[in-house]
Design a protein around this ligand. Structure first.
Ligand code: PLP
Length: 451
């Protein structure tokens, strides 16, 4: 084995001592996921590699559903496509009974393309084209109207084409969390939501079926949902009073926090995130205590995203190099950069070696492979001395990364699924040069050059 010289540094060692940040981090290796050896998967499918656990997805959906179903009789989940629209992932959620929740024409098409029927799609978001609205109306999808321009456009389409649409409105409200998410939907406090409901009720082509809200993302307090549910039930009660019309569903959106730790947070997300039971308790208590008549108790819809998929996703990779920064601090360069792990901007992701590493952990900055200063996976964490070629696994990366990743400097790698029998298979193939150039056109006069 060839010995490499490394400039000596002097540092204080505090093995196992609790500091103001709690106990010293543990460097337990993560050598297998669902019993499948990580290094073998890297050898077979290449590095870096996204890995999903089907077992974890199914278990998490069931736990979430149970928390609500034991407290409320009519519960329906919908999978938020933008959180992760890999087809295999969406299909697991659909097999578990989730509807499709989409926020663009593209996502709507993707759901239809996979065989989800129109009446199983909830269509959210501020950007629905006239063609999108007409298609969704004809398919019997649930159109969650975001603003008055959309309401008027949809009303015109229905009038002109003589069709009807199933609609809900998205409502934003003061839930005691700031900054407020008031850019989506109609405001509750200033009467806008009530006005929208009246316009819909007075239009014979628009069938008011639901009320929707999505109060934010990574919500750390369950009480915010209780306040939101109170305000939606108040609207439902008023619609019934004035029109004798029962609202079929109340959709509380998503935003349930995953157990990831926010960047720079003092305590770990594992200790601070509310449980599914706490969210369910807050929401269902508000609805059952409302003035909605027992015969009209609405279906409760939850649009689940990050909380149901984060834990099921991992990215494994390889150490490219170690170096000393000018201040003597250790830097480790990984083959996973922020182009593949967008959530590194928000979270202090958990990173573990795939096997036991001898030597003292040391304050280390973990960089990605990009030629960009912002390409940092972790600022300064205690990390064991992995060498070039050693492997690591980053946990809880299932939400938003495979939709927000970008092709930049490197190509996107394979994504594999470990099924419930422990078998692995590719669910998204690694890109190659062709995947990029197939979308390009070269003008005639640029076809040749002589250097
Ligand atoms: C993104 C989104 C969700 C899912 O959000 P999470 O924070 O991932 O749970 C649900 N509903 C709507 C309308 C969304 O835009």
């Amino acid at each position: 084995m060839n010995q490499q010289f490394e400039r000596p540094t002097i540092k204080k060692l505090n093995p196992g001592m609790p500091s103001k940040h709690g106990m010293a981090p543990s460097f337990k290796p993560l050598s297998a996921i669902d019993g499948v050896d990580v290094e073998s998967m890297l050898a077979q499918y290449g590095s870096p590699l996204y890995i999903y656990s089907e077992q974890t997805i199914r278990r998490t959906v069931k736990q979430f559903k149970q928390a609500f179903q034991m407290r409320y009789p009519k519960v329906q989940l919908a999978w938020s496509y933008k959180t992760n629209y890999l087809s295999a992932v969406c299909r697991i959620f659909h097999q578990e009974g989730s509807l499709a929740e989409v926020v663009s024409g593209f996502e709507y098409q993707k759901a239809i393309d996979m065989g989800v029927s129109g009446e199983h799609i909830l269509f959210n978001g501020p950007d629905k084209s006239e063609a999108d609205l007409e298609l969704a109306a004809r398919n019997g999808s649930f159109i969650h109207i975001d603003h008055f321009d959309e309401l008027f456009t949809l009303a015109q389409i229905c009038e002109k084409k003589n069709i009807e649409a199933n609609v809900a409105i998205r409502v934003n409200m003061d839930i005691g969390i700031y900054p407020r998410w008031d850019r989506f939907g109609f405001n509750y406090e200033n009467g806008e939501a009530w006005e929208a409901l009246n316009r819909i009720m007075l239009n014979p082509k628009l069938n008011l079926v639901g009320l929707h809200t999505h109060i934010g993302t990574y919500m750390m307090t369950a009480d915010a949902y209780r306040i939101a549910a109170l305000k939606l039930t108040d609207l439902a009660v008023n619609v019934d009073k004035k029109y004798g019309h029962a609202i079929k569903y109340i959709d509380m959106g998503g935003g349930f926090a995953s157990k990831n730790t926010l960047r720079g947070a003092y305590l770990s997300g594992e200790d601070t995130t509310p449980s599914f039971d706490e969210y369910a308790e807050a929401i269902t208590t508000a609805i059952i205590s409302s003035q909605i008549k027992p015969a009209n108790m609405p279906l409760l819809i939850l649009e689940t995203g990050r909380a149901l998929i984060d834990d099921a996703g991992y990215i494994a990779g390889t150490v490219l190099a170690n170096k000393r920064l000018s201040d003597g601090n250790r830097a480790t360069i990984l083959d996973v950069g922020v182009n593949l792990l967008f959530t590194a901007f928000w979270y202090d992701h958990k990173i573990q070696p795939t096997r036991y590493i001898a030597g003292n952990p040391e304050e280390t900055t973990l960089y990605g492979p990009l030629c960009m200063n912002i390409d940092v996976i972790r600022y300064s964490m205690q990390f064991p001395p992995l060498k070039r070629g050693d492997h690591f696994v980053i946990s809880r990366v299932g939400a938003y990364n495979n939709t927000q990743w970008m092709q930049f400097i490197t190509l996107r790698p394979n994504v594999v699924l470990i099924d419930t029998n422990g078998q692995t298979g590719v669910i998204r193939k690694a890109e190659n040069l062709d995947s990029i150039t197939m979308h390009e056109e070269v003008p005639e006069h640029l076809k040749n050059f002589n250097l």
